[in-house]
Design a protein around this ligand. Structure first.
Ligand SMILES: [Zn+2]
Length: 121
């Protein structure tokens, strides 16, 4: 019997299945661009900002925050949990210097990240 590949859209939870892994990935990519275009664009921008994925500096996080929630969130979601704890503390130390609206974004992003971590993402 042939192996069935399955995957779930990280944004809306829609399930995909295919016998070919490549076809599965391309159908998800198509779905993401069609249904979650804004999110994809934010993610690409965050990816460019992060450079080495999963290891952004405090400066990169602050830049992402100044560009708004979608970018900041996409960047933060690239960070691995172990790295996140240190990064969170580092960015927290800049909080007193943030503009009020940036502080709100940072708080929101931290909340989402903590939910992600609790869900084991
Ligand atoms: Zn989706």
């Amino acid at each position: 019997m042939k192996k069935m590949w399955t995957a779930k859209c990280s944004q809306c939870g829609q399930r995909f299945r295919n016998y070919e892994r490549g076809a599965l990935l391309s159908s998800i990519r198509k779905h993401m661009w069609k249904m979650h275009r804004k999110w994809m664009l934010a993610r690409m921008k965050a990816g460019r900002l992060a450079g080495t994925a999963g290891n952004p500096t405090v400066g990169m996080v602050l830049t992402a925050i100044s560009q708004g929630i979608p970018i900041a969130l996409a960047l933060i979601r690239l960070v691995r949990q172990r790295r996140w704890n240190r990064l969170e503390a580092a960015v927290d130390s800049f909080e007193p210097y943030m503009k009020p609206e940036h502080r709100v974004i940072w708080q929101g992003v931290k909340t989402v990240k903590s939910i992600d971590i609790r869900r084991g993402k």
